[in-house]
Design a protein around this ligand. Structure first.
Ligand SMILES: C[S@@+](CC[C@H](N)C(=O)[O-])C[C@H]1O[C@@H](n2cnc3c(N)ncnc32)[C@H](O)[C@@H]1O
Length: 447
């Protein structure tokens, strides 16, 4: 453990959910914590190690319940992405974002600490924040996962418009990335980014297709790689000073015979090695992610508006392109993605479309009813045409289970969660049966 730590009042206490959106401090050995959490299964299949799960409840309660009472987390979590309230001291339409700092820090520490033992060996944990708390969160993550688990802090360009009233117009968030196995080991199992093939050209009409090119030289003096190369125009070339040719003379001849070398400047230039699409290694991700690659908050809002044109817009959604990149880097199909601050459900939607397993917890019942549940129903029935749907050719499919996990402390207000969700599930079932049969009918007409 590091000899430098962040301290805050009540740090030694646990922070558990109470009522609709409150919390309660209590000693971590309080006997009330031994009372098992209750839960209501809202769908008809068991919560097993193949299930995708949308849980209504506090993230910590949901993790505790799933880990102790089901086999959902049994195979280990490969990726945690969380986008918690940033503690901006602004209240959004869907949730309050103004906690006292000690409470926010304990809230994060306790949830990250609960995730830690549930992680697979090569897991990574991505925490999305802004400048309000990111520096303190990093100290908390050092404490929970160890300083040596730090991998990167990714700067995401969240908007492209300027706020002319501010001292600085902040247009980025930070995503802290930790891998408990350490960056060196994690690097061997994470995925590279696909290379953009748009820049490949076919300048010599090669039947094998377009290619990129790289210098046919290597740094340093290597005796076996110093020989004469005669260009197509008859110039005799030697490697530049302090460098060698990229390969031995025999390999050079083989490559030349195979049409794998290109001489620029009309045949006068130094040879270049041709690299076809399948030979290009993927790209190591940068730590700065621009809006043109990963979208903005406004892109995410526009996508939600196409799904829910009549409701109020969710205030802080993240774009699917951002989650696609994170999930691509950190997981492979079939692996488990967990987000315990679900919001409008971007993580679940993208994980589902990318054929990963997922578990999402969201505490705010209205957010589940207005956004998360109907969004996931559209993803499954193939009627969400936005986000990454087109780029990854998503047409619908799969399923998910739902569970309600009431908090141990306080009371919940408003109408019955269970009843409201069951009504919406039944409504959706009827809707998808009728859209399935009208699709089948139009298919019959067309054929
Ligand atoms: C910033 S939003 C997440 C937005 C989401 N990434 C998206 O793309 O829509 C944070 C969400 O966390 C929820 N939340 C806050 N505290 C929570 C807790 N303890 N457990 C579960 N959800 C919580 C809030 O209700 C809110 O919907």
């Amino acid at each position: 453990m590091s000899d430098v730590q962040l301290i805050w009042p009540n740090k030694n206490l646990a922070l558990r959910a109470a009522g609709d959106d409150g919390y309660q401090w209590l000693p971590s050995d309080d006997p009330r914590l031994l009372v098992p959490l209750t839960f209501d299964l809202l769908t008809d299949r068991p919560l097993d190690s193949d299930a995708n799960v949308l849980a209504i409840g506090d993230g910590l309660d949901v993790l505790e319940m799933l880990a102790s009472r089901t086999s959902v987390l049994e195979r280990g979590i490969r990726l945690v992405y969380v986008d918690p309230p940033f503690n901006t001291q602004v209240n959004f339409r869907q949730y309050r974002d103004s906690m006292k700092r000690p409470m926010w820090l304990s809230m994060m520490r306790d949830r990250l600490a609960a995730l830690r033992p549930l992680l697979a060996e090569d897991a990574s944990v991505w925490v999305h924040l802004d400048d309000s708390e990111v520096h303190r969160a990093r100290a908390v993550m050092d404490e929970v996962f160890g300083e040596e688990a730090f991998v990167a802090s990714v700067v995401w360009q969240k908007k492209t418009t300027r706020d002319s009233r501010a001292a600085f117009s902040s247009n980025h968030d930070t995503i802290l990335v930790y891998a408990p196995s350490g960056p060196k080991k994690w690097k061997t199992s994470r995925n590279l980014l696909a290379k953009d093939e748009a820049h490949l050209q076919n300048r010599d009409g090669d039947p094998r297709g377009p290619w990129a090119d790289a210098p046919f030289t290597a740094p340093g003096f290597r005796k076996g790689q110093q020989y004469d190369i005669v260009t197509p125009t008859g110039l005799v070339l030697r490697p530049p000073r302090g460098r060698s040719w990229y390969a031995t003379e025999q390999t050079y001849r083989d490559l030349l015979g195979d049409g794998r070398l290109w001489f620029p400047k009309g045949g006068d230039g130094s040879p270049r090695l041709k690299l076809f699409a399948h030979q290009l290694r993927g790209l190591v991700p940068f730590t700065v992610w621009g809006a043109s690659d990963t979208g903005t908050n406004d892109d995410a809002k526009r996508h939600l508006l196409t799904m829910f044109p009549d409701g109020e817009v969710f205030d802080t959604p993240k774009p699917e392109a951002l989650l696609e990149r994170i999930i691509h880097i950190a997981t492979n199909p079939g692996e488990l993605v967990v987000d315990i601050f679900g919001g409008s459900g971007t993580t679940a939607a993208v994980a589902h479309k990318m054929r990963r397993r997922w578990v999402i917890a969201e505490r705010n019942m209205q957010t589940v009813l207005d956004f998360l549940l109907p969004r996931m129903q559209r993803v499954v029935d193939g009627s969400d045409l936005g986000g990454i749907t087109e780029t990854i050719s998503w047409t619908g499919g799969g399923r998910f289970e739902m569970v309600n996990v009431p908090p141990r402390f306080g009371t919940l207000s408003g109408r019955s969660r269970v009843g409201a969700v069951k009504r919406q599930l039944a409504y959706q079932e009827a809707r998808s049966v009728s859209s399935r049969s009208s699709r089948e009918e139009s298919h019959l007409v067309a054929t």
